[in-house]
Design a protein around this ligand. Structure first.
Ligand SMILES: [Zn+2]
Length: 343
């Protein structure tokens, strides 16, 4: 059933991977980052849920081969969350500084189902059905390729703009069997970007910035190893770029990384950092104590500001990661049912 619908849908959705394959040749040397370059702290998005911001959207065409997927998106994103899930790459909504290609259709279908299962429904379970209706993004835009920054030797995984739009890159690498990559490329990114949306609306405690004060470096962070970053009290090297990235990296990593990862990260944090040349870098900080204190502060802030239980969310996401196969089967079945409306 799945392959039938994919084949029919694919006929209408052609793309080229030429540019992407050229870029991939050098991909191993790139470091992974998240960027909030487009993230503007001074712009607030406070729409009321009942006012659709997508009044100019064209009516769905039942004759289109993409109709079943578009109908499913309408029922599962547009109606409940007032959210436009954009899988057709749009020039006007894309960052023209990068050489980008569209997300493939099969990856877009899987991503739409997985984002619903692993992200929206996790917040629904823990924070109630109105939480994301009120605070969630209004646009999710899928891009097939990564966005490379050659000068920095980094790769952008996601961006959030003014609390309204989340762009996910590298969607053509989607592999639902690889949970580590799912988190690394997409879901950690979504929690990261959403935590930005939340702290834009309600600021986090200023005290958070004192834990690793003096060790933030927006231009050097990409040179830091995991070990160096951990020993300074950061969950990741990117977290050491600036306080707000630190804050959301703590939250995002806490939600998606398992206890094996965290045990290893805290062990690293309790020791001296080792740089890229294998040299020990001494610092006066107790990285483990700092990371644990940061997690505590994030936990308290989410509870008091948002009535959101960080540990419940983590448990829910962990449980859902084990249900990916059944979520995909169910999602494809629902999409396929909309073919009946075409007859
Ligand atoms: Zn960020």
């Amino acid at each position: 059933m799945t392959s039938v619908i994919l084949e029919t849908l694919k006929k209408e959705y052609k793309l080229t991977n030429y540019e992407y394959s050229l870029m991939r040749k050098n991909s191993k040397i790139w470091l992974l980052i998240w960027t909030a370059a487009l993230f503007s702290a001074c712009v607030r998005f406070e729409d009321s849920f009942t006012d659709s911001i997508f009044v100019d959207e064209p009516e769905l065409d039942p004759a289109s081969e993409l109709y079943p997927f578009d109908r499913w998106l309408e029922e599962n994103y547009l109606k409940p969350y007032n959210l436009d899930f954009r899988y057709r790459m749009q020039d006007k909504g894309s960052d023209m500084d990068y050489n980008l290609v569209p997300a493939k259709l099969e990856n877009s279908l899987e991503m739409a189902i997985l984002v619903k299962h692993l992200w929206f429904e996790a917040y629904n379970d823990v924070a109630g059905p109105d939480f994301l209706k009120q605070h969630g993004p209004r646009i999710i835009h899928l891009i097939g390729s990564a966005a490379y920054k050659p000068a920095l030797q980094t790769m952008v995984l996601g961006t959030a703009e003014a609390g309204i739009k989340i762009t996910l890159y590298n969607c053509n690498e989607l592999n639902p069997k690889n949970i580590d990559l799912l988190n690394e490329y997409y879901f950690e990114t979504m929690h990261h970007e959403f935590a930005h949306i939340l702290h834009q609306k309600k600021t986090y405690p200023k005290e958070f910035e004192t834990f690793s004060a003096g060790y933030y470096d927006p231009s050097y962070w990409q040179e830091r190893t995991d070990s160096e970053a951990a020993s300074l009290g950061f969950a990741s090297p990117y977290g050491s770029s600036q306080p707000r990235e630190d804050f959301v990296e703590i939250i995002a990593n806490y939600i998606v990384k398992d206890s094996v990862w965290w045990t290893d990260r805290l062990r690293m944090a309790s020791q001296s950092g080792v740089n890229r040349d294998g040299q020990v870098v001494d610092d006066p900080l107790d990285g483990q104590e700092i990371i644990e204190a940061k997690i505590d502060m994030c936990r308290k802030w989410l509870k008091e500001s948002w009535d959101l239980d960080l540990d419940s969310l983590r448990r829910n996401v962990t449980k859902r990661q084990l249900q990916i196969d059944s979520a995909l089967i169910e999602g494809y079945k629902k999409i396929d049912e909309y073919k009946n409306e075409q007859l």
